[in-house]
Design a protein around this ligand. Structure first.
Ligand code: EPS
Length: 390
């Protein structure tokens, strides 16, 4: 069973990712992980930190001479902010060091984990919460997602694509991007291939920055080339759509997830929603893919399509009303610096989470300890599907 965890704080020495249960023989290198991390840093609207954060990758274990060994994979992504925060973030006991950086944060940001985290864990300084709730943690997820994506491609021939479908109320049009569009998406400013939407979104981001605002949006992940048969209808926690929704909802600031037609399906009659079957050139085909590649919690062989809505980042430069937890008096929420939007980055993070969930489902179905064995088992499964159902 594929399992993963992350650790580390935003201004600590590093964030860490741990991936257990990956098969041996998946070609992988620090460079591949570094490339995935570079995609996450990009996007118009990020704050000052992304300009200098370099994401130094170190693979601590599980990869040897360019391939996974079957052992747990541990990846460290160093924080270039750490030297400035060494004293403030020190694990040593003792009083906080002098200086503004160590000042207690007692004016929690509405919409952030600050206040619920302080209440739950008994902290009187929001830093004890925000350092871990920070979306910096997604660097570790993307590092692990790079391994999962390499496995999916090398074992199954599956490829994932992520893009931005809306930002700050501006929606993008155009066909769903294909794996061949990934390079263009990576090079784009806002992870969309619609030039009119790109311009309008960039203008919205610039205006929001001037207005001291932050912006949310909608991202979409498409997984191409997955076989039918991942996930299961038989138990709630084995449903592929539920696992994808849970993993993507777990990304900081995500407030909604939909599969395929999603919410729009609720307003349409059944005949306009369900993907009717046909036979073309001797092959079973679906006329549409409104189900987003999943029926009954099982992949059906069509591209898997997942969309997620991200709220605006709660670190809003325009002062939001809050209370000071030290005094109980009304106050303005703390703010030092922030991204105006991180929607393009969220697309890359959603892609990483989808890769992890799909890799887990693929390993559950096909198993194996070496990628060759997984490939053989996949071939056996495909050969066992009756002609009339292919
Ligand atoms: C974040 C706030 C900003 C972002 C950070 C996430 O960091 P800082 O408070 O140091 O300016 O830059 O994102 C990352 C560092 C990253 O790699 O994505 C937050 O509060 O979530």
């Amino acid at each position: 069973m594929l399992r993963w965890l992350t650790a580390g704080e935003s201004h600590g020495p590093a964030v860490l990712g741990l991936l257990e249960g990956m098969v041996a023989g998946v070609e992988m290198s620090p460079r591949t992980v570094g490339q995935a991390l570079a995609r996450r840093r990009s996007g118009h609207g990020r704050g000052a930190r992304m300009g200098f954060e370099a994401d130094q990758v170190e693979i601590i274990g599980g990869v040897w001479r360019g391939a996974t060994t079957g052992g747990p994979i541990a990846i460290s992504v160093a924080n270039s902010e750490w030297p400035k925060w060494r004293q403030v973030m020190s694990p040593e006991p003792g009083p906080p060091p002098p200086g503004a950086r160590a000042a207690k944060l007692t004016r929690p940001r509405p919409g952030h984990a600050d206040l619920p985290g302080m209440v739950k864990y008994g902290h009187d300084d929001a830093r004890a919460v925000l350092e871990r709730s920070s979306a910096r943690e997604t660097a570790a997820r993307v590092a692990l997602g790079a391994v999962a994506a390499a496995f999916l491609e090398q074992a199954l021939g599956a490829r994932l694509v992520s893009h931005v479908v809306a930002l700050g109320g501006v929606s993008a049009d155009g066909p769903r991007p294909l794996p061949s569009d990934v390079a263009a998406l990576d090079a784009s400013r806002l992870r969309t291939l619609d030039p009119a939407a790109d311009a309008a979104m960039a203008a919205a981001v610039d205006q929001a920055r001037r207005d001291q605002e932050t912006l949310g949006g909608v991202v979409e992940v498409i997984a191409y080339g997955l076989p039918a048969g991942l996930g299961s209808h038989v138990q709630a926690d084995r449903r592929l759509d539920a696992a994808l929704a849970g993993a993507i909802m777990s990304i900081q600031a995500i407030k909604a997830v939909e599969i395929g037609l999603g919410l729009a399906a609720a307003a349409l009659p059944g005949s306009a929603v369900h993907d009717q079957l046909d036979r073309q050139d001797g092959r079973l085909v679906r006329r549409t893919n409104n189900a987003g590649g999943i029926e009954g919690g099982i992949s059906n062989g069509e591209p898997v399509v997942v969309r997620a809505a991200m709220k605006p980042i709660p670190t809003v430069p325009r002062a939001l009303a809050t209370i000071d937890t030290a005094t109980g008096a009304p106050a303005q929420a703390h703010h030092q610096r922030s991204d105006t939007t991180a929607v393009p980055a969220a697309a890359v993070v959603a892609e990483a989470m989808a890769a992890l969930v799909l890799a887990r489902a693929a390993l559950e179905k096909f198993g194996g300890d070496h990628v060759r064995e997984t490939r053989r088992n996949l071939a056996g499964h495909l050969a066992a599907v009756p002609e009339t159902m292919r």
